[in-house]
Design a protein around this ligand. Structure first.
Ligand SMILES: O=c1ccn([C@@H]2O[C@H](COP(=O)(O)O)[C@@H](O)[C@H]2O)c(=O)[nH]1
Length: 239
């Protein structure tokens, strides 16, 4: 999993996905299929993207009782995607069950998908954490605690804001994956995201992967936006 960019295909139909990917037809991307697309198109969209040579993060954020998550993951493993996820808020037993399901469902000879846990959504502010979720700790303490639970459960990494990456790396180690949405170019709207960083900052903070959606999918020229992402990752921030 060398390519650090994951493009969020937040579209509601396979047709929109095909139109968006057309200019990228000579590039093998790492793409993210989330609830919007998967709930409309189902496993067929995964098969189609795999046939086109794209790597896939199936971002369904499972969060249920351990038995349900285990059985759901067993089914998802058969899709042979690269990366799947759960909410760490489901607890250690649920995260262990997710791994058991993935191991049971991975076809012989295939690699089990990497499994990561959402710590706190990048749309959550510290104020929301306190006033709505009734978590009385700081965002950093909470994210680190959830990351530690994910690691203890045997997961491969977490979803977090790039802002929290240095702390997670320090406590969970360099091999523990940090997959970071909430990525915006400096001149972009934040939309519903709160804990936002630029691609350039995410690289400096040490993120393993950055997830980027609207800054590319809604750009006038998605290819130019993707190239800007590559430039920023190389260390050239456009002011
Ligand atoms: O904490 C999280 C977890 C997942 N996401 C997902 O990432 C993309 C971000 O899209 P943008 O358009 O770049 O905001 C989206 O699919 C989310 O579901 C997240 O943003 N934060």
């Amino acid at each position: 999993m060398n390519d650090p960019f994951i493009v969020a295909l937040d579209f509601s139909s396979g047709k929109e996905v095909r139109t968006f990917l057309q200019p990228f037809s000579h590039t093998s991307l790492f793409v993210k299929v989330g609830m919007e697309l998967y709930y409309q198109e189902g496993p067929a969209i995964i098969h189609s993207l795999k046939e086109q040579g794209h790597r896939i993060f199936l971002d369904l954020k499972l969060h249920d009782i351990p038995n349900t998550v285990k059985r759901a993951m067993q089914g998802l493993a058969r899709l042979e995607v690269d990366l799947v996820n759960v909410h760490a808020a489901g607890g250690t037993r649920m995260m262990e069950a997710a791994l058991e399901g993935l191991e049971a469902g991975t076809p012989n000879g295939a690699r089990r998908p990497y499994c990561i846990a959402v710590t706190q959504l990048t749309s959550t502010s510290e104020q929301m954490l306190h006033n709505e979720l009734w978590i009385g700790r700081t965002m950093e303490e909470t994210v680190l605690h959830y990351a530690a639970l994910a690691k203890q459960s045997g997961l491969d990494g977490v979803v977090c804001s790039a802002k929290e990456v240095p702390l997670i790396r320090k406590h969970c180690g360099e091999a523990f994956l940090t997959v970071t949405p909430g990525i915006r170019f400096a001149d972009d709207e934040k939309n519903d995201q709160v804990r936002v960083v630029t691609p350039y900052e995410a690289k400096k903070l040490g993120a393993s992967f950055i997830v980027i959606g609207r800054s590319i999918t809604c750009a006038e020229n998605p290819i130019a936006a993707y190239e800007r992402l590559q430039q920023e990752w190389k260390g050239e921030e456009k002011k």
